[in-house]
Design a protein around this ligand. Structure first.
Ligand SMILES: *Cc1c(COP(=O)(O)O)cnc(C)c1O
Length: 504
């Protein structure tokens, strides 16, 4: 495929794409050194005099790579350019909210006073950091309309589990341990049932109606005194707002249950409407989605859990408490607390970034970010709706779910389309999720993308759709321009090679 061909939009892929990069071990040459020091002019002290014998290594250290400094630097610099991230282009993964992360926040999170505070430093020496946490708590309470918060959970799913643990504790305090069922719409995120089951509840799935929303008739039938809570994702994983949310809350409350809202999609509501005003009892946020802090690769996250007044006593301890003298203290005297869910106070660096994002935007800016994210998703939907089908056809907010139904007529599946997008220089969207949308292609552009970037993406998707009809094999064998093409996914899962061995 030449660059002047019909795919003129395909981005120029890196020049050294054809060169694969060996491991640092494979570059080893005996005697190569990354540094040279002059001979020491102070007497050497045998290591045995410095360390207890039990800590000394007895065998020889073998197999370490011996490489010169430029080779080390170039090796790691080169492989760092293999990454695809929000710093290199659009990252359309639906449900993941892959926003661009402002560099200003990275700078702030690395300030010595934040990054180098010892986690065991006493409160009297960490008042600035505690104040920052308190300020973030206040911002998030204002944004959600809820009464109290814990920033401890380290991710969205962890926040969910913390929330369900609080519901369990509240039911125990009400002496109603018999409430064992949690209702979960089938459009919820997959972590919701997992969280409920981990806390000892059984899951009762509520089907979506033909519009992709919770079926109220079914909900009414299933709601009784054995229900502990409903857990719903709002907007749901189809990107649709639960328009009956107030009715759902009223119905569940009337029969003594709690309403848990998965708020990972808060980037579709922030500054426009508030879960607390809808009647939500517990929710979590994903700072690493809505408030821009980086995520992925299992890196640190922050999934604050927020509650309405009645559930406040059950929050994890310690909670921050402002004393009359203005000092902030950590309050452990919380007899009904579910306990600690994370060591220290959670992932503090994420909190610095999130507060930076919130303060830099201000209330109007946050609302504008939400509106732009919704506009961008609807722009993509509008321009791709001629090329791709949708499983559910209602109004959408921050993300759009297409299906591969039309392309399947040519034998092309969603995964093929995803792999072909790599040739066009884009990260693939989320595939085959949510499960209620067969052949799902789930796209969330977020507010980060300019119209030019969205147009490039739309062009690529349209071009691939045309290829599906004209030359399906081209799509089915993609990617053609990537360093590795199709992997044997079964072998990769069943017989993974996880360690490099010399001589192999
Ligand atoms: C991402 C996401 C989660 C899980 O959050 P993690 O931080 O990955 O644990 C839960 N629910 C929804 C709707 C999400 O998008």
């Amino acid at each position: 495929m030449s660059e002047t061909s019909k795919h003129h939009r395909i981005r120029k892929v890196r020049t050294h794409i054809s060169q694969n990069e060996g491991l640092i071990f494979e570059k080893s040459r005996p005697g190569s050194r990354a540094f040279d020091l002059p001979p020491s002019d102070v007497p050497e002290i045998p290591v045995q005099e410095l360390l207890p014998a039990a800590l000394l290594r007895t065998d020889d250290l073998e197999g370490m790579p011996e490489v010169a400094e430029p080779e080390v630097v170039r090796h790691y610099t080169r492989i760092s350019t293999w990454n695809y991230g929000t710093d290199t282009g659009m990252f359309p993964l639906g449900s993941c909210t892959m926003k661009y992360n402002p560099k200003f926040n990275e700078w702030a999170a690395r300030l010595d006073g934040f990054a180098r505070t010892h986690p065991l430093a006493p409160e009297v020496l960490t008042q600035g950091n505690l104040r920052l946490i308190r300020q973030l708590e206040e911002e998030l309470l204002e944004i959600t309309g809820l009464a109290a918060i814990s920033l401890q959970p380290a991710a969205g799913a962890h926040g969910e589990m913390t929330g369900v643990m609080m519901i369990r504790a509240a039911l125990a305090a009400r002496n109603e341990p018999g409430r064992k069922r949690v209702l979960i719409p089938d459009s919820a995120h997959g972590t919701n049932p997992a969280s409920a089951v981990l806390c000892g509840f059984s899951v009762d799935t509520i089907p979506s109606n033909e519009r992709g929303l919770t079926d109220m008739a079914v909900l009414e039938k299933r709601m009784d005194d054995s229900v502990a809570a409903i857990m719903l994702t709002n907007p749901n994983t189809l990107g649709m707002f639960e328009e009956n949310i107030e009715k759902i809350c009223a119905l569940v409350h009337e029969r003594g249950g709690y309403v848990y809202m998965d708020g990972a999609n808060m980037n579709a509501m922030c500054g426009v409407t508030r879960p607390g005003d809808m009647g939500i009892d517990v929710m979590h946020l994903n700072l690493h989605k809505t408030f821009s802090t980086p995520h992925g690769g299992g890196g640190p996250g922050c999934g604050p859990v927020l509650v309405a007044k009645g559930l406040e006593p059950f929050l994890p301890y310690p909670v921050l408490k402002q004393e009359a003298d203005g000092q902030i203290r950590l309050d452990y005297d919380r007899p009904q607390s579910i306990g600690r869910v994370r060591f220290f106070l959670g992932n503090f660096g994420m909190m610095v970034r999130a507060l930076g994002y919130i303060r830099a935007h201000g209330p109007d800016g946050l609302r504008m970010a939400t509106e732009t994210a919704v506009l961008n998703a609807n722009y993509v939907r509008h321009h791709l709706s001629e090329a791709y089908d949708m499983s559910f056809d209602g109004p959408i907010l921050h993300e759009v779910v297409f299906s591969d139904k039309r392309q399947q007529q040519h034998g092309v599946k969603n995964a093929d389309i995803a792999k072909r997008l790599i040739d066009y220089g884009f990260h693939p969207p989320t595939m085959s999720f949510p499960l209620i949308a067969p052949g799902a292609i789930m796209i969330e552009p977020t507010e980060s993308e300019s119209r030019e970037e969205l147009d490039l993406f739309i062009d690529a998707m349209k071009s691939i759709s045309a290829e599906c009809a004209e030359d399906p094999e081209l799509v089915k064998s993609a990617p053609h321009w990537a360093r590795l093409t199709r992997l044997d996914e079964v072998s990769a899962a069943r017989n993974p090679v996880l360690r490099w061995k010399a001589g192999k």
